[in-house]
Design a protein. Structure first.
Length: 277
């Protein structure tokens, strides 16, 4: 390496673009982006410092680039780091005696998730995400800040009531049964564990021969039942007007309020997207 008029420096860090080079604990630490390569001194064959760059040549058995170059406008700093690198170089003898290279990578965004989002219940995590992701658009987007905040406050209650209506009317069960349900012959009996006179249990046999006892929400009009092959305890009894009455009653209790509480969100969204159309 060329001679320098300056005294050997200690602890020089050479940075160029996404590359940072330094000597630490008898090894060369060459960081590029998120990856750091730690090169023991025994793996370094030669160091060359030119006008605006520093090149480190490695032995060919290092399983890495044999030449690593970093550009820097200060020749004296490059020469000082080159002197530090030469100080850790030594003759290692056979290649098998040379310690291996080490690579370390860091995450692109090493952020720690709050404990409430990481360890809390699913509903708590959903609520925190709704606050973090939902409140800033409701306040800042140009569709009326008061309307946005009002819609943001009422939307969770509206969605919860609509979900409750789906559960009460068993709409999700109807959907599953329509897609994959299997209809079989069944026998209805009075539920011995219930005080209601209209409560019943249904007994049937699956296609695999499994005996199942389930409690349908309503008494079927035929000695049949439709069950979910993935969960035979989930059954649906064939009815006519009774299911529709239950669905309408549940909608009057929860569905109407769910729609009413969700209207401000639809109005806010319409005002926000209106200029685009």
């Amino acid at each position: 390496m060329g001679e320098s008029n300056t005294a050997p420096a200690k602890g020089v860090v050479l940075a160029g673009g996404r590359t940072r080079v330094r000597v630490e604990q008898g090894a060369l630490h060459w960081r590029r982006g998120r990856t750091t390569v730690v090169v023991p001194g025994m793996r370094i064959r030669r160091v060359e410092a030119t006008e605006k760059s520093l090149t480190v040549l490695l032995f060919e058995d290092t399983q890495a680039d044999t030449a690593m170059t970093v550009r820097h406008r200060d020749r004296d700093r490059a020469a000082g780091l080159g002197t530090e690198i030469e100080a850790i170089m030594s003759d290692a003898g056979p290649s098998l005696n040379r310690p291996p290279l080490q690579r370390h990578s860091v995450r692109p965004w090493p952020l720690r998730m709050p404990a409430g989002l990481r360890d809390g219940s699913p509903w708590r995590r959903r609520a925190l995400w709704y606050v973090v992701l939902g409140l800033p658009p409701a306040v800042w987007l140009p569709a009326g800040p008061f309307l946005g905040v009002f819609a943001w406050l009422l939307l969770p209650a509206g969605v919860a009531l609509l979900r409750l209506w789906v559960i009460m009317a068993e709409l999700d069960t109807w959907w599953v049964m329509w897609r994959r349900g299997i209809t079989v012959h069944a026998s209805y009996e009075a539920d011995p564990g219930s005080e209601g006179t209209h409560d019943c249990v249904v007994r049937f046999r699956t296609l695999e021969g499994q005996e199942v006892t389930a409690r349908p929400a309503l008494r079927g009009r035929r000695d049949e039942v439709r069950y979910d092959p993935q969960d035979p305890s989930r059954v649906l009894a064939p009815t006519r007007v009774a299911w529709l009455g239950v669905a309408l009653a549940a909608f009057s209790l929860t569905g109407l309020w769910g729609i009413a509480l969700s209207i401000p969100a639809f109005v806010w969204l319409a005002e926000l997207l209106g200029p685009a159309f």
